[in-house]
Design a protein around this ligand. Structure first.
Ligand SMILES: C[S@@+](CC[C@H](N)C(=O)[O-])C[C@H]1O[C@@H](n2cnc3c(N)ncnc32)[C@H](O)[C@@H]1O
Length: 373
């Protein structure tokens, strides 16, 4: 995320827990929404101040010039998140923020916007820590993992921004072959193909900022046009996907076809346990089924040792990355992870395990206590 923002020209980039703060012009917000593969949403900070009570929060929100951002005809929703907030009720804080916005409009415009909690035009976000409240306008609207292209989704698909993040963490570049042997609808491979083709993830979708007052439609049009011109028509990449579920693989095929990626992604109906490495070296990246969402706990305990054997026997020279919520994986796969990165998939705490597969090496020794999981 930080690298993405640096590339886009953001200033004062500061990785915080659960997000990254940055500074820049409002136009930079257009670019980040359009180009970020990893962000879930881009929030515009309007205030950050100390509070002691709900009344302080009301006062801080009331003072803001909301009418400079949107009109009373637009519907609003207030979302409040908090960490170590001493106030008794976040619902009450939400209500006070909503009241403050409406009262500010009433005072200035003699009318107030309506609330729509399902499909609002404008989302106002309040974040409270133990001392300070930060007030944001959501510039994205629908979360950014909803790409500009529509994809038919297989069962338990991974979010597109998570897939992009995993590719980055795995150090995948288009020079490296990539295999997802349990590819489902193909999200990881499609994301990789679009990264290689420089297809901006937000092209063709709507963003909340397009409804803001002062939105520069001409500028936005130019930015989108320039982004399309940047796309690479012919890219030489080696992307391989397979799945043992034929129905799911058809979905991946359909997605590749619709998106014009069939020539870039080679798909095969196969069980990972019967696969051979398609190249001498490369990156294997997959999110196998895990107990909570797909497959059975016991079935997986049987699957992983066999999968580990396949990796050891057929994939030396490769780096394998397994993204899962199942903490038993390193033990079951009987390989020593060279890295593990904690990540969230929605609310589910997961790990990305890296296994460097070298001939005869890194095997997890049974009784030695060498394992690090
Ligand atoms: C969590 S889903 C992957 C979702 C995928 N990343 C996506 O975004 O659509 C896991 C996939 O592993 C496949 N699978 C499970 N066991 C398999 C095996 N032994 N060989 C190949 N595929 C397998 C399932 O059919 C399922 O599609």
């Amino acid at each position: 995320m930080v690298q993405e923002l640096e590339r886009l020209g953001a200033l004062a980039i500061d990785a915080t827990q659960g997000g990254v703060e940055f500074q820049g012009s409002f136009t930079l917000g257009y670019y980040v929404n359009l180009e970020s593969r990893i962000a879930s949403r881009v929030l515009l900070q309007l205030a950050k101040e100390a509070y002691h009570s709900e009344h302080d929060i009301y006062r801080i929100v009331f003072r803001l010039a909301w009418w400079e951002w949107f009109t009373v005809q637009q519907t609003i929703k207030v979302k409040v998140q908090a960490k170590r907030c001493p106030l008794a009720s976040l619902d009450f804080v939400t209500l006070r923020i909503k009241d403050a916005v409406c009262d500010a409009f009433m005072k200035k415009k003699k009318a107030r916007p309506h609330v729509d909690t399902h499909n609002p035009d404008i989302q106002i976000v309040g974040f409270l820590d133990e001392r300070r409240v930060t007030v944001y306008l959501d510039t994205s609207g629908e979360p950014l993992f909803k790409r500009g292209w529509s994809q038919i989704r297989a069962e338990a698909p991974i979010r597109e921004n998570l897939a992009a993040g995993l590719l980055r963490l795995a150090g995948w570049t288009e020079a490296l072959p990539l295999l997802d042997p349990m590819c489902g609808g193909g999200t990881i491979l499609i994301e990789a193909a679009h990264m290689a083709k420089r297809v901006a993830p937000g092209l063709g979708r709507r963003f909340a900022f397009q409804t803001f007052q002062g939105f520069d439609a001409q500028l936005w049009d130019n930015i989108c046009r320039a982004s399309v011109e940047k796309q690479q028509a012919a890219v030489s990449v080696s992307l391989f996907g397979s799945d043992r579920n034929e129905k799911v693989l058809r979905i991946a095929e359909m997605n590749c076809q619709t998106l014009g990626l069939s020539k870039m992604i080679t798909l095969q109906h196969a069980d990972v346990l019967t696969l051979d490495a398609p190249r001498k070296e490369g990156i294997l990246l997959s999110n196998p089924p895990y107990g909570v969402r797909l497959g059975e706990y016991a079935e997986l305990a049987e699957f992983y040792p066999q999968f580990g054997d396949v990796l050891k026997k057929k994939f030396f020279g490769w780096r394998a990355y397994i993204f899962t919520a199942d903490r038993r994986v390193p033990k079951m796969i009987r390989l020593l992870p060279t890295r593990k990165v904690p990540l969230f998939n929605g609310d589910l705490e997961c790990r990305l395990y890296e296994f460097k597969l070298v001939q005869g090496g890194h095997r997890k020794r049974r009784r030695s206590g060498v394992g690090t999981h």
